[in-house]
Write a protein that binds this ligand. Structure first.
Ligand SMILES: NC(=O)c1ccc[n+]([C@@H]2O[C@H](COP(=O)([O-])OP(=O)(O)OC[C@H]3O[C@@H](n4cnc5c(N)ncnc54)[C@H](O)[C@@H]3O)[C@@H](O)[C@H]2O)c1
Length: 279
């Protein structure tokens, strides 16, 4: 596939990986609609790109709005070539700290947001006879570390959805790729912390290294689309962890327990309230 002249819609494009996907698509000559619930952020992403790019506000939890955004691309261009269901949030910390509202918010954005994108774009892509659906999951969709339980649940669902859909879609001309990075250098690493959880430390220790570069991941993603890959896992160490999790799931789970225990003792050491309690 060449991206020049293609029409793409990206969700969660105001920051991080979504913004990087917009930059990569724009550099490759595509027409990109940069969408985000944060309209100003989406506008900032689009403003830094060529005149082919435009911004639009879009909350992925609103199915009708996602459908309208896809319909708008089709009305203008006659087709939609690519959709990137990328918007996402994370909650980090012990699972008992999560409220039901927080559970519902992450399911609505990370899972229903992807469902809304698929429901809006896939029938149109089938009618066209071509298209590519790219869902941003995570390593958390392939392995199951504690303290990000709600995130793991939604990302496993996105991996399952993507692989199942792919088996139906590819024979009918529509590609499906699920992107599963470990930690990537974006603001999400500093968001969604509950009870002394430090996301950046957690994710970096889990993968044993520095965060991956978002622009590099975006370029990897375009290459994976060109090759019609099913799953993209980055960086290489995450790929090795994925193999290990499949070969020895019980051992992987015991390692995860040790990891969580280590994190929990660091959190209780570092949070002022527990320090006061201890004193
Ligand atoms: N950064 C990482 O380490 C990492 C690793 C694996 C997977 N991911 C996934 O990558 C995707 C992008 O995350 P990121 O790291 O770029 O985070 P980010 O916080 O930098 O960007 C996420 C964007 O999503 C937008 N958003 C949030 N709720 C929305 C909604 N309801 N509708 C539309 N947009 C909404 C935010 O405004 C933000 O601009 C997410 O699905 C995330 O789970 C991130």
């Amino acid at each position: 596939m060449t991206f020049a002249g293609k029409h793409a819609l990206v969700t969660g494009a105001g920051s991080g990986i979504g913004a990087a996907l917009c930059r990569a698509l724009d550099a490759a000559g595509a027409h990109v609609v940069c969408t985000d619930v944060d309209e100003t952020a989406a506008g900032r992403t689009a403003a830094a790109l060529s005149e082919r790019a435009r911004a639009a506000p879009l909350d992925v939890t609103d199915a009708a709005a996602v459908q309208a955004a896809v319909d708008d691309v089709v009305a203008r261009a006659g087709r939609i070539d690519l959709i990137f269901n990328n918007a996402g949030i994370v909650w980090g910390g012990d699972t008992e700290l999560l409220t039901l509202d927080q559970w519902n918010a992450i399911i609505d954005i990370n899972l229903r947001g992807v469902v809304h994108g698929v429901a809006a774009a896939y029938p149109q892509m089938l009618r066209q006879g071509h298209g590519h659906i790219v869902n941003t999951a995570s390593m958390a969709g392939l392995t199951a570390a504690g303290q990000v339980t709600s995130y793991v649940a939604t990302k496993h669902a996105v991996v399952g959805l993507s692989l199942a859909l792919r088996s139906e879609a590819v024979p009918r001309g529509v590609g499906v790729l699920v992107v599963c990075p470990a930690a990537v250098e974006t603001p999400i690493l500093d968001k969604g912390a509950l009870g002394g959880f430090v996301g950046r430390d957690y994710f970096l220790q889990a993968q044993g290294g520095r965060p991956y570069d978002a622009d590099r991941l975006a370029r990897d993603t375009l290459r994976a689309i060109e090759r019609n890959k099913a799953v993209l896992v980055k960086p290489a160490v995450a790929h090795a962890q994925w193999w290990f999790a499949r070969l020895a799931p019980g051992l992987m789970n015991r390692m995860s327990m040790r990891f969580v225990a280590g994190q929990r003792s660091r959190q209780s050491r570092d949070t002022p309230s527990s320090a006061a309690d201890a004193g």
